[in-house]
Ligand binder design. Sequence first.
Ligand SMILES: Nc1ncnc2c1ncn2[C@@H]1O[C@H](COP(=O)(O)OP(=O)(O)OP(=O)(O)O)[C@@H](O)[C@H]1O
Ligand SMILES: [Mg+2]
Length: 369
Amino acid sequence: MRTIAVLNQKGGVGKTTSTVNMAAGLARMGNKVALIDMDPQAHLTIHLGINPDTAGPGIYEVLTKSADINETLTEVRENLFLLGANINLVGAESELVSVVGREIILREAIETIRDDYDYLIIDCAPSLGLLTLNALAAVNEVFIPLQPHFLALQGFGKLLQTVSLVSKRINPALKITGILFCMYDKRATLSAEVKADVENFLENARETNTPWSGAAIIPVLVRRNIKLAEAPSYGQTIFEYEPDCNGSYDYVAIAEYVHNKMTKDGKHMKLSTEEIEVPESILPVVEEIAEETIEEQPVAEVISEDSTQAVAEVEQTAEETVTRIQRTPPQTVKIPIVEVPAPPVVSTNTTSEIEDVVSKDLNSGNTTS
Ligand SMILES: Nc1ncnc2c1ncn2[C@@H]1O[C@H](COP(=O)(O)OP(=O)(O)OP(=O)(O)O)[C@@H](O)[C@H]1O
Ligand SMILES: [Mg+2]
């Protein structure tokens, strides 16, 4: 079983979107995939259409009540199993604060399912608290989603330090294997600059003894796509919500890359910076052309040429655009089907404990980055 934590303590970078759709892509390829929602916000659970308030036992019960992970994992789609988050997960960090070995509870729990699944993928919370520590102790691989904008790499050092620390003290098998660019805009210079920075950093780390020496950017850059943002409010994966869109194509390509171009221990078979060309969905292209047609032919200009033919053409284009818009599924976000739990309450004890260790390590020059 390949075990992957999708992690970045920065919020809103695409962790949950990537976890759901990469996992659904892998499941569609015939792999048996287990998912764990390690975020008290329960976004992964909600994204899959499950109400966290009525979902029954999940990761909270596994961590705090020794619930059997085998019985708790629930099949939510063909080949896709979920250990969901419920509202109780908010209190897990403080409840576990005095438990000895609290950072390896998940690692011990998943031992019994190692032979039953092809993939275990964990959606982490945007924090470096005890829940994230449990995820890092349990997996062999970390995927880091990044949104290539200003300050994208702020906090990246801290993230690397944490992984480095966990790999030294708790889980020597832990490696960062993939960097996933999400909401990538190929036309923006900033996107290319951030990507080049990350490439240089990884290249320089190749010969080092760090947990990210074998990491590489997954060469499928996930484009910004409104359908990916709409799918969660319908409780659907992108393949269910809109199979013919760039978001869908990108996550199919990512699943294929992860399964076919990486080895079972997360090594990239070919370390190259060459991007994989993913086909364009025709839907956004059609929309873009319609918009350009209207922009390039302002009605006033055409009328000044006194051409009734041109006016008729513009009117027809406008009519076609209106018809197309009417045919397009509503873009408005449906009112969420469930109440979203309160934001996570991070145990200050745990966080400051990790921070202490990180800063001590830094001060003693022990860190490897
Ligand atoms: N490629 C994309 N194009 C457009 N919107 C996207 C894309 N990827 C993610 N989003 C949207 O961006 C927002 C943040 O994404 P997501 O929830 O996956 O991030 P996250 O890192 O899990 O956030 P958190 O830190 O809160 O858990 C969501 O509204 C999501 O629907
Ligand atoms: Mg999330």
